[in-house]
Design a binder for this molecule. Sequence first.
Ligand SMILES: Nc1ncnc2c1ncn2[C@@H]1O[C@H](COP(=O)(O)OP(=O)(O)O)[C@@H](O)[C@H]1O
Ligand SMILES: [Mg+2]
Length: 430
Amino acid sequence: MEIPNQEPMIPSQAGQYILIVDDNSTNLNFLSRTLTNAGWEIAVATNGAMAIQQVKNNPPALILLDVMLPGSDQLETCKKLKANPDTQDIPIIFTLLSEAVAQFTNLPLGVVDYITKPFESEELLARVRVHLEVRSLTKSLEEKKQELSATMQKLQAAQKQIMAQEKLATIGALTAGVIHELKNSLNFVNNYAQGSVELSDELLEEIDNQSENLETEAVDHIKESLNELRENVVVMNQQGQRAESIIQNMLMQARTDDNQFQLTDLNSLLDQAVRLTYQSRRAQDNRFNIKINTDYDDSIEPLELISSELSRAFINIIDNACYAIRLKQKYYQEQGNKKSSKFNPKLWVKTQNLGEVVEVRIRDNGIGIPAEIQKKIFQPFYTTKPTGEGTGLGLSLTYEIIVDQHRGILQLDSQPGVYTEFIIRLLAPS
Ligand SMILES: Nc1ncnc2c1ncn2[C@@H]1O[C@H](COP(=O)(O)OP(=O)(O)O)[C@@H](O)[C@H]1O
Ligand SMILES: [Mg+2]
């Protein structure tokens, strides 16, 4: 075998060959023949500098380093390789004369082994195999460790979301309490307002009766003021009643413990969910403005439903739709005004009596859902929204409510960038 003294042979694949660093032709012949016969690819370097260059260009799986190589300090070469994070994991086996072993019993840090001259092919191959095996095990261990830490991170993120959800639930409970209190106060306001209207009427009547005893001018003036007062109180009463009905709706939503199936008017449940969701989106963002197209089939008979739960499912779907629309709107706004003026944000809500089943369709012309994401959206914790804006629990909950609880069907149809439609089918009473 010829000793290559200029450039080492460069095998094709990094990490797939053994680098022999030696300048003695007998040693080189033996080492390269034994390893090649055993099926390994090899490369040869005849000095330390060449070896380092070769390792840099194309890192080997293992290095056989002649520690007695004259003219250069091989311990230095070894240290350099071990100091570089790119090469420190490559096992190095020292080759040395048996008499020299005593000198190297304290092998430098990171050198894994040595073999002595004269070489034995069995021993050489056994050691090479062991070290390659150890290295590959270490590598796969490292990979497993990384996988594990990635899983841990996911778990921690999930835990954070659960905690956020828990907090929301507490806030929900608090809100329900506050709402009860408000409801009581409102009741007073409304009752007193009604009383005041009646009182104004009585006063007006009294003034009419007493008009002969009073100056005409004074009568006119008092009547005018009283009428104004009456009108004010009427408005107060109307607004108070409106607030009361909003609170009534919210209480219906908040009630979680009455998991009872009850005959429910689907259209009004859905319409309430639409209004509530839209109003709360608007309350968060006053630039949010969409056209809502409703089409309710009046022939639908009352259905046996758990209204608080189904309403929650509708709210989730509608809220996602509002979000998708807002996202598209923002995107267009960033692109400049031309396109954004063409985009008419729309939500369609439609119910249909199909005989044995009742169908609800909720459709938006928002960003749509790409096919690869469609598969995942019903999984708990799957969300494409930034932290704080989504928990990824909405649709998994919705699925549970519609499919598991109500024995219904939940389907999805979407064209990315164009529309998303959720189709819900519920059994009609037979
Ligand atoms: N109408 C929709 N348009 C576009 N994407 C949607 C729509 N509805 C749901 N998605 C996608 O499904 C994901 C999961 O929804 P969901 O379970 O409600 O969790 P969240 O709303 O907290 O992200 C959303 O993050 C979004 O990527
Ligand atoms: Mg959601």
